[in-house]
Design a protein around this ligand. Structure first.
Ligand SMILES: C=C1C[C@]23C[C@@]1(O)CC[C@H]2[C@@]12CC[C@H](O)[C@@](C)(C(=O)O1)[C@H]2[C@@H]3C(=O)O
Ligand SMILES: O=C(O)CCC(=O)C(=O)O
Ligand SMILES: [Fe+2]
Length: 330
């Protein structure tokens, strides 16, 4: 009999059981949108309605900008543990290892979570380990927030909401709550001793609370998204594209026409995964309520009135996998 001795670090990290060996075959149907192409607005809305995610191709962000940040992040995560701990523990900002949030969620990863200010620079409140990493994050976020703004403009246009910046300005407004995260999932050798139908949780399943998230990863697989029928599918990694994920706030602003999408990351046995995610959130006082254009005559919104500040507070009291919108539904 083979006894699997689990290293203590894994004790509290749940295993994901996939019905298909290896977690299913890569999903080849990820919609790809060139935001500059004619018809982009309708393509974005179609993808968000059908899947809650899509990838942006031909985005114009120079590869060097992402590569430089990735190299800085890899160098930081390779530093001695004590040096990394000096930028933590994440509460919620800063360096975190295995613990996600404040309520007991664990994953096979380490990360840096940083707040971004109006000038798209890392805010003073965020502990950044080095000035070269800070510069690389600032350059990257400056570029990627433009992608998020174009996506939100495409959503407004595709849904017939005027003005075109009705959504994007929520993120551009003074005091908006933009967050940046870089995740490092080290290889997890234990996986080689687990049955094929098991994976180790890198980042547990959840929806993102903001309007949209813009994700870029290195060439290592691991991201999975839940299709509308509940099936989990692996998203093939693509260093040259951004994956856009619809968040809870956009679901509410569109009165449920676009729905946030559950996603998770599973650990890889051999290769490290590095992902960089920009979360486009509004100012704390921003009312999150269905846009009037999206309500038919006399139609009621599906959610009770709340502000981003209310929602964020509730999110930080929740567990990762909770359905955070449920308490806000009428
Ligand atoms: C368990 C948690 C971590 C999280 C805050 C929360 O209480 C629930 C939402 C989580 C999430 C998911 C998307 C982003 O990665 C994140 C930064 C966010 O805004 O909401 C994380 C939060 C976190 O890691 O602190
Ligand atoms: O690391 C990834 O690929 C996704 C992480 C994620 O979903 C998150 O940080 O909210
Ligand atoms: Fe996420």
């Amino acid at each position: 009999m083979v006894v699997l001795a689990k290293p203590p670090a894994l004790d509290q990290i749940s295993l994901v059981r996939s019905p298909e060996p290896g977690g299913g075959s890569p999903f080849l149907g990820v919609p790809a949108v060139d935001l500059c192409s004619p018809g982009a607005a309708l393509a974005v809305v179609d993808a968000c309605e059908r899947f809650g995610f899509f990838k942006v191709v031909n985005h114009g962000v120079p590869a060097g900008v992402a590569d430089r940040l990735e190299a800085e992040a890899v160098a930081f995560f390779a530093r001695p543990q004590a040096e990394k701990d000096a930028s933590g523990p994440a509460d919620p900002l800063g360096y975190g290892s295995k613990r996600i949030g404040r309520n007991g969620d664990m994953g096979w990863l380490e990360y840096l979570l940083l707040a971004v200010d109006q000038g798209s620079a890392v805010s003073k409140a965020s502990p950044v380990p080095s000035s070269s990493l800070r510069d690389a994050v600032n350059e990257y976020v400056g570029a990627v927030r433009g992608v998020a703004a174009s996506v939100l403009e495409a959503v407004a246009e595709g849904l017939g909401v005027a003005p075109r910046d009705a959504l994007s300005r929520m993120v551009a407004d003074a005091g908006s709550d933009q967050v940046f995260r870089v995740n490092h999932y080290p290889p997890c050798p234990l996986l080689q001793r687990l049955p094929d139908s098991c994976s180790v949780t890198g980042f547990g399943e959840h929806t993102d609370p903001q309007l949209v998230s813009v994700l870029r990863s290195n060439g290592t697989a691991g991201l999975q998204l839940a299709l509308r029928d509940g099936r989990w599918v692996p998203v093939p990694p693509d260093r040259d594209a951004f994956v856009v994920i619809v968040g809870d706030s956009l679901e509410v602003l569109t009165n449920g026409r676009l729905k946030s999408v559950r996603h998770r990351v599973v650990a890889n046995s051999l290769k490290p995964r590095v992902s960089m995610i920009y979360f486009a959130g509004p100012a704390p006082a921003q009312r999150i309520a269905p846009l009037p254009e999206l309500l038919g005559h006399g139609e009621q919104g599906l959610y009770r009135d709340f502000t981003w500040g209310d929602y964020k507070k509730a999110a930080y009291r929740s567990r990762l996998g909770d359905n955070r919108l449920d308490p806000f539904r009428i």
